[in-house]
Structure formats: C-alpha cells, structure tokens
Design a protein around this ligand. Structure first.
Ligand SMILES: Nc1ncnc2c1ncn2[C@@H]1O[C@H](COP(=O)(O)OP(=O)(O)OP(=O)(O)O)[C@@H](O)[C@H]1O
Ligand SMILES: [Mg+2]
Length: 394
C-alpha cells in the first residue's frame, strides 16, 4: 500500500528547521518516495537552502522531489477575499477610516493559516506520498493551530444564526431597511465563510491523524530555545498533534571546538541533559555543528544521512501524546505519562508558566499552556502510568 505522510518541522527562529526539513525531504526522495517540500514560512528560505530558485508554483528539485514556497497573500485573497471586502465595508459603515479598514478586516496571522490549507490540496492531489512542511518559527505559527478548534465553534454558531435568525428574519427585513442592508452579510459572503470554516475543519482532521501527520521539533542546546520548544510541545499536545522526534541541531562535537568556543561545549552538555530529561519519552536525535553552512543538494543529502542513519525518515517514530490536558467538573488536569514512579516521591511546584516536577532525585520541567498558568495547583496524583497535576478552576 502507498505510504502517506505529512511531516512538519517546527521550532524557534534560526534553529535549523529549513535545513533539516530540506535534508529530510531529499532523503525521503532518495529512498523512492514521491515527495514535496512545502514552505509555509512567509519569509521563505527553501530556495537559499537548496540553492534553487523555487517559486509559488510547484517546481522539481531532484528525482522524486518537488518544492514550493507558498504565496501567503494569494492564499489569503483566495480564501478571505469576499469576506474581507464585506468586513471592510462594514468597518467603514461603523465609522472607521477607509484607509485602514482593509487592514482591520484581516486577523493577524491569518495568511499563515491559509498557507497551511494548501497542504490539504497537495495531500488530496494524490501526486505525493510524503509532504514535508517547513514552518514559520513557533512563536508566530503555533497558536494558529488552535484556529480550527475555534473555527468549529464559529461554524456551529454561524449555521445556527443563519438558519433561525438571519434567513427567516433579518434578510427579509433588510430589504426594507437601508441601514440594515449595509451591515448584513450578503449570501455569497456567508457561503464563502462556511467554505473557509469547512476547509479548516478538514485540515484539523488531517493534522490530528496519528499515523499520517507528525511534527518534528528542531532545537539547539540553549536555554531559551529549550523553553520555547517545550512550550511548542505542550501546545502541539493540546491541539491533538503528535510530535514524533526531537532533533537537537548544532551539537558541538566533543573534539570539535578548542580555545575561544570551548566553554560552549560545557554549556551544551548541561542543556543536552536537560533536553533528554524534559522531552522523555520522545525519540531524540543529535545533529553535529558542521564545519560550514549546510546549503546545496549535496550537503543537504549528507545531513539527511547523518540525521536518519539507516532509518526510514518517513516512519512514524512515536505515535503517542505523552501530555494530556483536560477538564473535570471542578479541575483542569495536566497529565504526563511517566511510567514507573513511586507516588510518595513526587514534588510539584510552579513558577510562572513553568511546572517543575521532582521525581526522586530527577527533575523535569514542562511549560504550561496560558490557560493553566494562572490557576492554582491542587496537588498531584499518580494513576496507571500517568502523573496528573490538578488545577483549581476559577
Ligand atoms: N548542523 C548545522 N551545522 C552548521 N550549520 C547549520 C546547521 N544547521 C543549520 N545550519 C545553518 O544555520 C543557518 C540557519 O538554518 P535554517 O535556515 O535551517 O534555520 P531556520 O530554523 O529555518 O531559521 P528561520 O527561523 O529563520 O526559518 C543556515 O545558514 C544553515 O545552513
Ligand atoms: Mg527557515
């Protein structure tokens, strides 16, 4: 049977997402998979990485490998054009300045979401077995993954309002009132809105599919990067997406740097341990800091072999969600899968949005989602391999 995979490369700015995504795509193509590498990062750098001029339409890079840098503005206009025109005129009717109405009719970050929608089109086309996605840095892109959830609620509300209020009451009334006509969305806009919402919901189903879609988090052994990557992992879990590999990029080889940079190696050792402690049980792969930048097909191919060795890069390396966030009547629960611990040795503290857990003489930290970080912890319980941290609902 044909193997279908969507693999995202996510991480903080500058850690090596584009490089590792490109290396993975080349490696998959070399193994015979029909592959496409897609950049959804508005500041594209796939072209520079491959040293090939990629555009907004699909182009061949190597045998079995195509690539595209998605044009966010084009996608925005395609999906949001009619709605934007309606919102702009509504905003002007409500008294805003004509010059900024167009800007106000676009929710910040929306262009990135519509770029993600293109992934589903490539998936549906049947032309590819493997889709590799080079994402914008986590800070900008991650929260957008929550959008389909919000959208599914919006769709329900829209349909309800349209069926019971707008169609039977407001639309007929607006024929008689000019001012009502000015604010009520015409039918083509409502239709366009429904279409957008449905596409986003389909996208969510695709991204939550356990054996199809995974995210690989790329990071460097540095404090700030680790912290943001932990936050990314928490949110990916929250939105139902599987992370199947942590790629620690730019690890200084033991005999690599002497003199000026030697302290970096000591610092990295400390942070490497922190990464292994905090991201367990995810599979972790170390990639060395190479002598020169990794650009062009030949270097990227070498890097691909270094990352995956004899493994197939399209395999699902991990298919569980070791963090679960859910609610009961009175509490919100942050549950972490930690097999084999003794209940009486758990120590839980929070510091800002950081959750620190001491298990025996081992320490692990997690970054809490914003919705939990403001709540008070009510203790922890260990049940069937899951450590459940309870937060009191407000
Ligand atoms: N292991 C490595 N050894 C040496 N250089 C590397 C390594 N990984 C990446 N680089 C270089 O680091 C630079 C940044 O990498 P890259 O563009 O992949 O990062 P990014 O995470 O995609 O950045 P952005 O957030 O800006 O998109 C590039 O010049 C790349 O060649
Ligand atoms: Mg990049």
């Amino acid at each position: 049977m044909k193997k279908l995979r969507i693999i995202f490369f996510s991480g903080k700015g500058g850690v090596g997402k584009t490089t590792t995504a490109a290396a993975t795509a080349l490696h998959a193509a070399a193994l015979g998979y029909r592959t496409i590498v897609i950049s959804t990062d508005p500041s594209h750098s796939l072209s520079d990485t491959f040293q090939i001029n990629l555009t907004h339409s699909v182009q061949n890079i190597a045998t079995n490998l195509d690539g595209i840098e998605i044009d966010a503005f084009h996608e925005l206009d395609n999906n949001w054009g009619q709605i934007k025109d309606y919102l702009s005129s509504l905003i002007v009717t409500l008294g805003a300045d004509d010059a900024i109405a167009g800007e106000l009719a676009i929710i910040p970050g929306m262009d990135n979401v519509f770029s993600l929608l293109r992934i589903k089109e490539f998936y549906d086309s049947g032309n590819y077995e493997v889709l590799i996605i080079d994402m914008a840095p986590t800070g900008e892109s991650l929260r957008l993954l929550s959008l389909p959830q919000i959208v599914s609620m919006a769709l329900k509300i829209t349909r309800y309002l349209e069926k019971y209020i707008v169609s039977p009451v407001i639309r007929p009334a607006s024929k008689m009132s000019k001012s009502l006509r000015a604010v009520i969305a015409p039918e083509n806009v409502t239709h366009s809105w429904e279409l957008v919402l449905e596409k986003l919901l389909d996208m969510r189903r695709l991204f939550e599919h356990q054996s199809l879609t995974s995210t690989r988090i790329v990071l460097n052994p540095e404090k700030m990067v680790i912290n943001e990557s932990q936050r990314a992992w928490t949110y990916l879990n929250l939105f139902g997406m599987i992370t199947d590999q942590i790629i620690i990029n730019r690890v200084i080889p033991k005999d690599g740097l002497k003199g000026y940079f030697k302290d970096w190696q000591v610092t990295q050792q400390k942070y490497l341990k922190m990464i292994y402690d905090n991201f367990s049980p995810l599979p972790i792969t170390e990639v060395p800091y190479l002598k020169d930048e990794v650009i062009g097909i030949s270097r990227l191919s070498q890097l691909g072999k270094m990352i995956y060795e004899d493994r197939d890069p399209t395999d699902v390396f991990y298919s569980d969600k070791p963090i679960r966030i859910y609610s009961t009547k009175k509490e919100k629960i942050f549950a972490i899968k930690v097999p084999f611990i003794e209940n009486n040795k758990i120590d839980v503290t929070t510091r800002g949005n950081e959750l620190i857990i001491g298990i025996g003489n081992q320490m692990r930290s997690f970054v809490l989602p914003d919705s939990l970080s403001l709540l008070q912890t009510e203790g922890a319980e260990y049940n069937n391999g899951w450590l459940e941290i309870k937060f009191k609902k407000k």
